[in-house]
Structure formats: structure tokens, C-alpha cells
Design a binder for this molecule. Structure first.
Ligand code: B16
Ligand code: MG
Length: 218
């Protein structure tokens, strides 16, 4: 059995379904710029920082813009995202998250957040989950976006654990690659993902023992 001391959760798409708000906001912006933006594009941008997401969209549309315009566009996208997320409340926490966190805490594990989002603390506050985390590392604390492992490495370091003692739960391919390259045990949640040590459709009814046993098989 692997010895696990901490669990790092991704935010968007794992704890709460704000991924659809990011999608709608980017789609609206891309639409305005006359650049097609599909679900496949969105999947590639999951876990990717705001600035890298904009660069991806501009590249797709062969659009070269100055940095002031890019800043304006990012602010616009974020304003759309914020208005879509405004009503986020504890009921929006995805099924299985609270019971899994209860179980992790009872088993003496630390809980960390590893999110690319600069809005992570605001969303966790709306979900009333802030107090459950011993460490929060988000888009404000990192220089390199997923698939770079920085966000998870920083969280592990702050919790005083090494990656091999730590599980990362992710819904994005970029996040899975980040965790793998950092040497973490990785659970992928959702469809169309590859390379995680354990793949689950969702976390509904999933307990810590189930995760630990199935990760030990890899
Ligand atoms: P923001 P995660 C990521 O959060 C989202 O998946 C991604 O779609 C978003 O572009 C990124 O955060 C930056 O978010 O614009 O709010 O700073 O999945 O890593 O929790
Ligand atoms: Mg995510």
C-alpha cells in the first residue's frame, strides 16, 4: 500500500463545475474576435492560465495584438467569468467532494489546493470550503502554468510532504501531465483523459480507501 500524507485537489472541474463558466466566457470573447472556439479547444485550455489561454486563442485566429489590448481582453473574459460565477454557493460543490474531504481529514491527511485560477480563493469562499485546506496554491502564486508541475510542487512543499506521498486529483489533461512530471500519484476525473494512475468518471461515493487501494496497483 502506498503511504499517502496529503491530497491536492484541482479546483475548476474537480471541486466545482466552474469549467463551464470558463468555457462560456472564452467562447464569448473568441466570438467577438471572430475566432471559432470549440469544446475541443476548451478541453485543451482546462488547467491552463488565463494569459496562456488567450495566447492559444489568438494563435488559432492568427491574430497579433499589443500587450495593452491583450490585458483588456483578459479583463473582459474575467468579468464575464465573474458574473457567471457570482451565484456560486455550497450547493455547487461537486458530489462526493465533501465526504471525501471529511474522510481524508479523519485519516490524518492534509488537504491542499493546486489551481491555475486567480479566482480560486474567491470561489472556495463562496463554497464555504476555505477552512478545509491546509495549503492553497493558485494562479497568483505560480509563474508556470500546468502542464508544468510548479503548482503541485509548491503545494507539497508548503505541506511538508514529498510528491510520492501525495495524491493529485485533476480533471484536465494539462493537470495530469503536470502531476505526473512532478512525481505525484494522479487520479483523473472525467472523460477523455489519459495517463493518470487511476481514472474515475466522477467522485460520487468514492472513498479514500478505494483511491489508495487502486493507486497502489500502479
Ligand atoms: P482564471 P484549475 C484553471 O483552473 C481553469 O481550468 C482554466 O480554464 C482557467 O483558464 C485557469 O484556471 C485560470 O483561471 O482566469 O480564473 O485565473 O482547473 O487549475 O483549478
Ligand atoms: Mg481543472
Amino acid at each position: 500500500m502506498i503511504e499517502v500524507k496529503a491530497c491536492i485537489f484541482d479546483l475548476d472541474g474537480v471541486i466545482v463545475d466552474t469549467a463551464r463558466h470558463h468555457f462560456a466566457a472564452w467562447q464569448s470573447l473568441a466570438n467577438e474576435l471572430g475566432i471559432p472556439f470549440t469544446k475541443e479547444d476548451n478541453d485543451r485550455l482546462k488547467g491552463v492560465s488565463r494569459v496562456d489561454s488567450l495566447e492559444y486563442i489568438l494563435k488559432k485566429g492568427n491574430l497579433v495584438l499589443d500587450s495593452a489590448t491583450k490585458l483588456q481582453l483578459m479583463e473582459k473574459k474575467n468579468a464575464i467569468y465573474l458574473s457567471l460565477s457570482e451565484k456560486t454557493s455550497p450547493e455547487d460543490t461537486m458530489d462526493g467532494i465533501v465526504s471525501l474531504m471529511d474522510e481524508l481529514a479523519e485519516s490524518g491527511l492534509q488537504i491542499g489546493l493546486g489551481s491555475s485560477s486567480k479566482n480560486a480563493r474567491m470561489i472556495l469562499t463562496k463554497l464555504e470550503l476555505m477552512s478545509r485546506f491546509s495549503t492553497i496554491v493558485d494562479g497568483n502564486n505560480i509563474t508556470l502554468s500546468k502542464p508544468d508541475p510548479e503548482v503541485f510542487q509548491k503545494a507539497a512543499q508548503l505541506m511538508g510532504v514529498i510528491p510520492s506521498q501525495c495524491i493529485v486529483i485533476e480533471d484536465a489533461q494539462a493537470g495530469i501531465e503536470a502531476a505526473l512530471s512532478g512525481g505525484f500519484h494522479v487520479v483523473g476525473v472525467g472523460e477523455g483523459l489519459k495517463n493518470a494512475h487511476l481514472h474515475l468518471n466522477d467522485l460520487k461515493g468514492i472513498g479514500f480507501n478505494y483511491i489508495q487501494e487502486n493507486l497502489s496497483a500502479h
